[in-house]
Design a protein around this ligand. Structure first.
Ligand code: AMO
Length: 427
């Protein structure tokens, strides 16, 4: 068994014989004394070597992996107030030198280089902080929904038809048939919600969008809910609570990481978030001279402008033109051009969107045709609503987008461990 204690624990257990292990951050040589700064997942400690016979025969370099047995002592000189005095130093593995990326916080390598060497970049405190926060986003999302009666479901990732519009699908050969990578768990969450009532999932999805932007990837993780006996307003209220829960958890448990990322002033938006209708938003933009007409989608800069005009970090944009939203969005009875759909804008970008769904088979067929899709391709899904499907609604949060805003990143690639974009398939 590999017996060792983490550095943060070793720092507290003064005077005990212990073994620690980790990576060499740097070494320093004085005439009769040597220092190794050692890092593991819990922290850093200075190892002070007064008996030079203990030094490994080969010089130690950055990121060499070592195991050290010795004891922690109080120190007036070391920054942390303690240092580790070794009895034995074993080199477990050497690292090639020089390192291809700088993993200290002093100088940052180019993003492309860091992504090429992602496993090393994970040792950079800023990158680590992004993914520790992302982990918290996921666990607090799951925790909130589980505690509030939602069941986690597992959608398939290989599907036979589009759900969000045909243009963005990756197709794959599937024995004698053609299949696609899921672009959303949409159809499956509806089919589970009309029986389980409250469901959620965290799942990868793929979009074959050709453009390269700071807010788009071709593979993302979506955090979705779907709820029966619900309309758009019901699930907007769930979204507000989920977002506030996630932010509160991060504020309480990730203060160190927020500090490293200079986001310690993370605000928790007040519930209820403001609801701005699509029509009001168009008027706001037109009033300041933006070129936009009713029916257009907002550009990313216009989403940012709207945030300034609305004056809130988080708000909803609701009641969209049907042409802008997917075929399954429920139209208003008295105004079928407008659908019960919403986006949540947070930190100036769309982090989530949702709708009340159409639960009436005939209306669904009609809307599919209106969107230029063939109802025949969706028969299996449409049939699900012919056997007592309650009104239902749901939404999806893009994991990488919400991570961007919370961690203050301007490029979404920073927020995917192994991003997939138009150019990048490795690592
Ligand atoms: P939508 O297509 O708006 O809706 O996606 C929901 C959320 O997923 C994220 N997202 C993306 N993030 C990065 N790169 C992309 N290419 C990308 N595409 C989407 C965004 C977006 O808000 N089924 C519906 C949701 C629903 O109605 O329940 C859907 O997928 O954060």
């Amino acid at each position: 068994m590999f017996d060792r204690v983490y550095i943060d624990e070793a720092k507290k257990r003064i005077g005990e014989k212990l073994t620690i292990a980790g990576w060499v951050i740097r070494t320093r040589d004085l005439a009769k004394i040597k220092f190794i700064l050692l890092r593991d997942k819990s922290g850093e400690i200075q190892i002070t070597i007064k008996d030079l016979n203990l030094m490994p025969s080969e010089n130690l370099g950055r990121e060499d992996v070592v195991k050290v047995t010795g004891e922690t002592v109080q120190s007036n000189i070391a920054n942390a107030g303690v240092e580790f005095i070794p009895e034995k130093i074993d080199v477990l593995n050497k690292s090639k030198q020089p390192l291809p990326v700088d993993i200290t916080q002093q100088t940052q390598s180019e993003l492309e280089t860091r992504l090429n060497w992602r496993f090393l970049d994970f040792r950079n405190p800023q990158t680590r902080s992004i993914f520790i926060i992302q982990n918290k986003i996921l666990s607090s999302f799951r925790e909130y929904l589980t505690n509030n009666g939602y069941i986690e479901f597992q959608p398939p990732c290989i599907i036979s038809s589009a759900s969000e519009g045909g243009a963005e699908l990756f197709s794959i050969p599937y024995f004698e048939k053609k299949a696609f990578l899921a672009q959303s768990p949409q159809l499956y969450k509806q089919m589970t919600a009309i029986s389980f009532e409250k469901v959620f999932t965290i799942t990868p999805i793929w979009r074959a969008e050709k453009f390269n932007t700071p807010t788009h990837l071709n593979e993302i993780r979506q955090m979705d809910i779907e709820q029966a006996f619900a309309d758009d307003e019901t699930v907007m209220q769930v979204l507000e609570k989920v977002l506030v829960h996630i932010l509160t958890e991060i504020k309480e448990t990730c203060s160190e990481e927020l500090k490293i990322l200079k986001q310690e002033n993370l605000e928790i938006p007040k519930i209820p978030f403001r609801r701005v209708t699509y029509t009001e938003a168009i008027q706001m933009l037109q009033n300041i001279g933006e070129q936009i007409v009713w029916g257009d989608d907002f550009t990313k800069p216009q989403e940012k402008l709207l945030m300034e005009l609305v004056g809130e970090k988080a708000f909803f944009l609701k009641d969209w033109p049907g042409a802008q939203k997917a075929f399954y969005a429920m139209p208003y009875e008295n105004n079928p051009d407008v659908v019960k759909a919403f986006d949540c804008i947070y930190g100036g970008i769309e982090i989530s969107s949702g709708t009340q769904r159409i639960h009436i088979p005939e209306l669904l067929r009609e809307r599919l045709k209106f969107k230029g899709l063939d109802p025949e391709d969706f028969e299996n899904y449409i049939e699900a609503f012919a056997y007592g499907a309650p009104p239902h609604a749901g939404w999806s949060i893009g994991l990488e987008r919400i991570t961007m805003i919370i961690t203050g990143m301007t490029n979404i690639r920073e927020c995917a461990m192994f991003p997939r974009d138009r150019e990048r398939l490795t690592p």
